[in-house]
Design a protein around this ligand. Structure first.
Ligand code: DAH
Length: 343
């Protein structure tokens, strides 16, 4: 009897090992342990016919064998389940990786934008707001409010583009309308700059273009005088061309400032010695400026008896040409990639 149990155990364990899928497992489980005619069940049924002495030992053996077979079946079941899972997962596998795109060419700023952003940063550190004004401007803001009345000769030097049927609109000839728009909108005291596009009706050549950039600025407060103006403009000059740079201001007429000045800085190329860039003068003209004219302050809603101010205007395009040694202004608006890709 004992041998029969041992034999059955050996065969059963071998058969379990050979199982390949869950159907086979269920079948074998039935064949061995089935309640009615399982092989082990049948063998165990025979125990009751044994004599008392043997019954106990064989009975214990039979039980251990049953437990061993059950454990072996259970471990086979786990093994099959894991295998089933990996098959299912492999079937449902989703490839979510994306083939990489061909390298994109990166754009970059236009040289105008590089200088504009640089100056916006500098003026922000000095407490200036960066404002924007319309490029299609009213005759009033572009000229009249800036102390340039209808028949003023200054209009001749700033001929621009007009809109058919709208005689009071012009493409702005400078960024100076901020001198009136700024205080009108934000009140005083105020510190603001306006960088942007300007237009003039020019016969174009290496030095003249119908579209170009300027940067105007204003400071209006109580007790503002010429030394504040010089201080700000010197800070800009030193920022652009280094700490040794000097600023020179000479009288020049601009209708909206009184007195108007023509601002020059020592040539950064020859350090003031005189060279081709500065036409042997040692100086580069880069801005116009002056204390704001009382009429302009009034147009901005400011009482000139209480407040003083100064205004300045940089030729942004000129700064770009000087910085990069560009000798033909027309390249800047040309959209020519051979030119633009150098920056
Ligand atoms: N608007 C002048 C021009 O286009 C430049 C200018 C000169 C601006 C003096 C100013 C200034 O703000 O004070 O020629």
């Amino acid at each position: 009897m004992q041998n029969k149990f041992e034999e059955l155990k050996a065969q059963a364990l071998l058969a379990i090992k050979a199982i390949k899928d869950s159907a086979e497992l269920v079948a074998l489980e039935n064949k061995l342990l089935g309640r009615k005619s399982g092989e082990l069940t049948n063998l165990m049924k025979g125990l009751k016919d044994l004599g008392d002495g043997v019954k106990k030992t064989v009975g214990q053996l039979a039980n251990t064998i049953k437990i061993e077979i059950e454990a072996s079946l259970a471990s086979k079941r786990r093994e099959l389940q894991t295998a089933d899972w990996s098959v299912a997962m492999e079937k449902e596998r989703l490839d979510i990786s994306q083939p990489s795109l061909p390298p994109q060419e990166r754009g970059h700023f236009h040289p105008n934008t590089i200088i504009q952003k640089d100056l916006e940063d500098l003026f922000s550190t000095m407490g200036f707001m960066v404002l924007d004004g319309p490029e299609l401007e009213s005759d009033y803001y572009n000229f009249t409010a800036l102390n340039i009345s209808a028949n003023h000769p200054a209009r001749d030097s700033q001929d621009t583009f007009y809109i058919k049927g709208h005689s009071n609109w012009v493409m702005r000839t400078h960024t100076s309308p901020v001198q009136v728009r700024g205080p009108q909108k934000y009140g005083v005291p105020i510190r603001a700059i306006v960088p942007g596009k300007c237009y003039r009706n020019e016969a174009t050549d290496v030095r003249h273009e119908h579209t170009f950039y300027q940067l105007d600025g204003i400071v209006i407060d109580k007790g503002i005088n010429l030394s504040h103006m010089k201080g700000v403009l010197e800070a800009v000059a030193k920022h652009l061309y280094g700490p040794e740079t000097k600023v020179r201001m000479r009288p020049k007429y601009y209708p909206f400032v009184e007195p108007g000045v023509n601002g020059e800085v020592t040539c950064f190329l020859c350090k003031g010695q005189g060279c081709r860039l500065c036409k042997k003068t040692g100086w580069l003209e880069i801005f116009g400026a002056g204390p704001m004219h009382p009429n302009v302050l009034k147009e901005g809603g400011v009482d000139p008896k209480e407040y003083q101010g100064f205004a300045f205007g940089f030729g942004l395009t000129r700064l770009v040409m000087l910085k990069y040694g560009i000798d033909d202004i027309r390249l800047l608006e040309s959209g020519n990639l051979k030119f633009l890709e150098q920056f």
